[in-house]
Design a protein around this ligand. Structure first.
Ligand code: NAD
Ligand code: TYD
Length: 339
């Protein structure tokens, strides 16, 4: 058995990663550590606890809580720690950067210290294309570029990448970094572009597009990202960062119009609103390194992936209604009240 700690497993990508691992790596035993912030939904992983009782368990905890992390990692003797726990929303980081520095930077330092002290074989940090900054109309990000983050969120992620680099260099830690572009798919919290627009369109509400809607993101289906994370964990070279991207560059307005078409809603719902301060213009990933060295490339076509994602949101109204009403936040208290 390979003993794995996944942090942030009740968030969007973590939930999909846990599913990917449990279905595709039968000899991996996984502990999901999550603080259950507003973005963490324990209901996402409810079925996993039932389907894989011997290979999956959940622990509630904060990655910045050093004594707790030290005790957990010391006791469980993990082979691999994959860090997905983070504050992940750019707009929130503009309104308050403190918790981003705490979780995304200090939390990584706490994990690195425990991983080092207890001899965990490998640490994988899930990072983002946003650490490279913003592109103009042409070009793409490659791993050799200097980090040039523009938002408090991306600055905190870049700081974490640099800490990982420093622990590798200074302490000889075995660690790898994945940097991925914008994900979409099931279980994404409805504050991000695609789920927010899908739910607003379903409800016939306005669709708030920042600025002129011409900003570009490089979209990847979440399962492709998860397969990439596992590929890097298994085959990546320590000390290296690997870019992952979907090869699907889209203007925001194009995505919103496509969502309107799928849901048979008029484009008159679209409202151009005040732009995000410091809004990065364009992201595009050059993922040739991981394709060449580790054999990974994205598989899901954007149009098909988006159509499937919209179908998922239509079929899972209870899931998102409980988020919109706030009921999902009481789930942990109910589940664990008598334990
Ligand atoms: P998310 O916001 O959906 O989930 C984050 C999870 O981390 C939640 O379950 C939350 O409860 C947990 N968490 C937050 N603070 C914690 C703490 N202090 N201790 C323990 N758990 C804590 O985020 P996501 O979209 O799933 O992103 C996961 C990771 O992938 C993040 O590191 C993010 O930076 C990175 N990433 C995301 C994208 C994207 O498009 N969503 C793209 C590239 C990289
Ligand atoms: P988001 O999903 O927040 O991801 P990120 O900022 O990390 O790329 O936003 C994706 C793009 O969509 C970004 O250019 C901002 C834009 N956007 C809107 O136009 N309206 C919205 O309501 C949101 C949430 C995002």
């Amino acid at each position: 058995m390979t003993e794995v700690l996944v942090t942030g497993g009740c968030g969007f990508i973590g939930t999909n990663l846990l599913r990917y691992i449990l279905e595709n790596r039968p000899d991996w035993e996984v502990v999901n550590l999550d603080q259950l912030t507003y973005a963490g939904n324990l209901e996402n992983t409810d079925d996993l606890a039932k389907r894989y009782p011997a290979r999956y368990s959940f622990v509630r905890g904060d990655i910045t809580d050093a004594p707790f992390i030290d005790e957990l990692i010391g006791r469980r003797r993990f082979d691999l720690v994959m860090n997905l726990a983070a504050e992940s929303h750019v707009d929130r980081s503009i309104h308050g950067a403190g918790v981003f520095i705490r979780t995304n930077v200090q939390g990584v330092q706490v994990l690195l210290d425990a991983v080092l002290k207890h001899g965990v074989k490998r640490f994988l940090q899930v990072s983002t294309d946003e650490v490279y900054g913003s592109l103009g109309a042409s070009g793409s990000f490659h791993e050799g570029l200097p980090l040039a983050p523009n938002s408090p969120y991306s600055a905190s992620k870049a700081a974490a990448d640099l800490l990982v680099r420093a622990y590798i260099h200074t302490h000889g830690l075995d660690a790898v970094i994945t940097r991925c572009s914008n994900n979409y798919g099931p279980y994404q919290f409805p504050e991000k572009l695609i789920p927010l627009m899908v739910l607003n369109a379903i409800k016939g509400k306005e669709l708030p597009v920042y600025g002129n809607g011409r900003n570009v993101r490089d979209w990847i289906y979440v399962e492709d990202h998860c397969r990439g994370i596992v590929t890097v964990a298994e085959k990546g070279v320590s000390g290296e960062a690997y870019n992952l991207g979907g090869g699907a560059e889209k203007e925001n307005i194009e995505i919103v119009r496509t969502i309107c078409r799928h849901l048979n809603r008029p484009e008159t719902l679209i409202r151009f609103v005040k732009d995000r301060p410091g809004h990065d213009f364009r992201y595009a990933m050059d993922h040739s390194k991981i394709t060449r060295d580790l054999g990974w490339s994205p598989r899901v076509d954007f149009d098909e992936g988006l159509a499937e994602t919209i179908v998922w949101y239509l079929a899972n109204e209870t899931w998102w209604e409980r988020i919109l009403s706030g009921d999902y936040r009481n789930y942990y208290e109910r589940m664990y009240a008598d334990r």
